[in-house]
Design a protein around this ligand. Sequence first.
Ligand SMILES: *Cc1c(COP(=O)(O)O)cnc(C)c1O
Length: 496
Amino acid sequence: MVLSHAASDSDISVHSTFASRYVRTSLPRFRMPENSIPKEAAYQIINDELMLDGNPRLNLASFVTTWMEPECDKLIMASINKNYVDMDEYPVTTELQNRCVNMIAHLFNAPLGETETAVGVGTVGSSEAIMLAGLAFKRKWQNKRRAEGKPFDKPNIVTGANVQVCWEKFARYFEVELKEVKLREGYYVMDPEQAVEMVDENTICVAAILGSTLNGEFEDVKLLNDLLVLKKKETGLDVPIHVDAASGGFIAPFIYPELEWDFRLPQVKSINVSGHKYGLVYAGIGWVVWRNKEDLPDELIFHINYLGADQPTFTLNFSKGSSQVIAQYYQLIRLGHEGYRNVMENCRENMIVLREGLEKTGRFNIVSKDEGIPLVAFSLKDNSSHTEFEISEMLRRYGWIVPAYTMPANAEHITVLRVVIREDFSRTLAERLVMDIEKVMHELDVLPSRVIHKISLGELKSEDNGDNMVVTVKKSDIEKPKEINVKKKTDKPVFC
Ligand SMILES: *Cc1c(COP(=O)(O)O)cnc(C)c1O
């Protein structure tokens, strides 16, 4: 997304590496060129520029799939010109979508009779899925309040402060107050007891996360369900649950089948999952399923007939590609329960290799849990000398993309690094990463001594101001001398 840009001279044109072979003039950067260029030149220019992107396979920041089998890539390319919304024209694609919805609904234990079909839809991702699920809750709540003659202008939703940004978007775009249960040090998911205390007559739903984005931990949906059932008995307030299973929806059914988090719990009315995370499809596919037809108000469904026969739709967008739906269907039938279980178990084993490697260094606290999304979230035991952000930055030099971030309220003082283990992250890579983290730690350990060295060379001037050592960088090419506070410690002064 481009919000604004300030054009400088260097911004104006895009040069091609092979300019003299293909084109002699540069292309304007922000304006459409007047003339055409040969297709080979266009390809070369774009391909050359894209080389500077990170390597998706080494992007350990993301849950989103970066590898699929070549057979599936072939199916994707073959369907790239089909619009998913042309259901009458591409009835087979629509049929495959419906099969996926039903398979996923069964995976989540939807209470469907033998001849019943599931209620759900394919989306661009979990964000769109969550907007749709949220709208259904809001409308159902409004209808109920209206029927009771009560005000229906102040809907709210209860979540943990650890929710993904799409919930904040839902709240702001669709005017629902977001009531967040705050976190605390050492506890980084929604506390079900506090959540249920925050519920009132205006609560449209409580959103629980199966696999917190921050540390992969599963929230206790069963306890939340039981507490809400109890509240219903005591007060008559009947508040539904939505489970945001963006990443956990394709993990829990395969490696934690006993865990009750889905439609086995009566208060759970809808669930979303990202097909492009552990559903193992490239970016651009999510799913939302409802427990019953009654949980999706009829008036939200549009019936269109201008593409052919009557087609019900409930999506935010109209046109979109159908490749991702086809790719999801490929994965479901290609892998089956057995294949998904193998992939998820393998991810979990590689997560353990990485976690144990990090524990062995003795430098980190592990913030992720044994049960949850296969990821390792960790923070420095001693961050008085260096921060997690510095580690993240230095790992980039080795090609690794490992994000560092601070926790939300009220645990903002905790910073973590997070490595997401995907199918294509092998054990060899896990071991290599531990070695590179060790190298980075070593580099950081010797960094303060370089500062001392520079002080002794006279490149830096140090001054004791009581609490801190103030080091002034004397460099003629920076206009203002830069002051770096160096904490006074017993043996070695350090950056802070
Ligand atoms: C990734 C994620 C989302 C957003 O999903 P998209 O598929 O990227 O739109 C929402 N919630 C959770 C818990 C997530 O991990």
